[in-house]
Design a protein around this ligand. Sequence first.
Ligand SMILES: [Ca+2]
Ligand SMILES: [Ca+2]
Ligand SMILES: [Ca+2]
Length: 96
Amino acid sequence: MFSCEEDAATPCMDQVWYKDSDGDGKGDSKYYLYSCNVQPEGFVSDNTDNDDTLPCDVASTFYRDKDGDGKGDPNDTILACEAPEGYVDNGDDDVD
Ligand SMILES: [Ca+2]
Ligand SMILES: [Ca+2]
Ligand SMILES: [Ca+2]
């Protein structure tokens, strides 16, 4: 992925690109490559992503609400950025 060396006649500045797996525009500082001029697909110049598996910095726990009363099952949870369909942000349902 050192595309600068492919064309030695063209001076260019190496740039570091960081992998953005979750597509939130923030890159993972642990996974990077060098490329000049062209931005590799799936990579960004930012390296501030704390968790590159989630498109947000802090994930929240959501609770499954099977019966649709707005209260979730405390034993059926998922970690996500926003409440997925069928999930709510509380685990107050005793009998879901
Ligand atoms: Ca990311
Ligand atoms: Ca992220
Ligand atoms: Ca419920």
